[in-house]
Design a protein around this ligand. Structure first.
Ligand code: AP5
Length: 217
């Protein structure tokens, strides 16, 4: 049976960082809705042009665009064994839709780890984030530095700062998270799937807490 994990947490909690490591350890795909939107923006597809304004304002892309996009991605052969979902679901409608999608695909949600981090830490993390333009590896100017300043350790490509990491957009993203996405904590708690993780620890320590979910398989 395919295995699916949903990583919950506010912007900057470390979902992308942890999803990459966890998916590699578990041998399943890392699916980030934000990365799919950014790839579409880079390739100037219709979807990319349609969603860029929402992202730059720090608002959620509407469910009727996001849900079919993720459904389509999870239906691809490389997701046959399952996926670590990062950034989806983000609304109760997306969570309901995910349940139906997984049922159709013959899989089930194994766990919904919630990476908990206070707001003041999030602002520092997003302000110092640098990402590789080619492979998407995430760095931080203080907490997770590349070997050579401004270059990715894996492919030497230039690092960039995300458009939506400007302080005013970060503030809006945190508000949107509190209003619309934090509801999912109770949603998954009620289903017995929530697993609380202290996201203020080091990257390695958080990864260690996430490893525990494998024991629950
Ligand atoms: P998305 O790309 O999903 O962004 P996000 O959820 O806001 O999360 P981030 O990617 O900013 O943070 P993260 O938790 O992954 O942290 P990271 O690992 O990078 O979404 C962007 C936009 O797309 C949304 O605003 C929306 O418009 C749209 N969108 C996406 N999905 C959508 C959906 N489902 N529905 C509607 N719209 C959607 O870490 C952050 C930094 O901290 C890094 O520098 C990292 O090195 C550092 N760090 C990580 N962990 C630690 C640690 N333990 N200690 C110290 N530093 C750490």
């Amino acid at each position: 049976m395919s295995i699916y994990i949903v990583l919950l947490g506010p912007p900057g909690a470390g979902k992308g960082t942890q999803a990459k490591m966890l998916s590699e350890k578990m041998g399943i795909m890392h699916i980030s809705s934000g990365d799919i939107f950014r790839e579409n923006l880079k390739s100037e597809t219709e979807l990319g042009l349609l969603t860029t304004e929402y992202m730059n304002r720090g608002e959620l892309v509407p469910d009727d665009i996001t849900i079919p996009m993720v459904h389509d991605r999870l239906s691809k052969p490389d997701c046959k064994k399952g996926a670590v979902l990062d950034g989806f679901p983000r609304t109760p409608a997306q969570a309901e839709a995910l349940g139906q999608i997984l049922e159709k695909l013959g899989g089930a949600l194994m766990s919904a780890p919630y990476i908990e981090v206070p707001a003041e830490v999030l602002i520092d993390r997003l302000g110092g984030r640098w990402t590789c333009r080619a492979c998407g590896t995430i760095y931080h100017e203080k907490h997770n530095t590349p070997n050579v300043n401004g270059c990715c350790d894996f492919d030497g490509t230039e690092l960039y700062q995300r458009e939506d990491d400007k302080p005013e957009t970060v503030e809006r993203r945190i508000c949107v998270y509190l209003e619309q996405t934090s509801l999912l904590i109770e949603y998954y708690r009620e289903q017995g799937l929530l697993y609380e993780v202290d996201g203020t620890k080091t990257i390695e320590e958080v990864a260690g807490q996430l490893e525990e979910i494998k024991k629950k398989r």
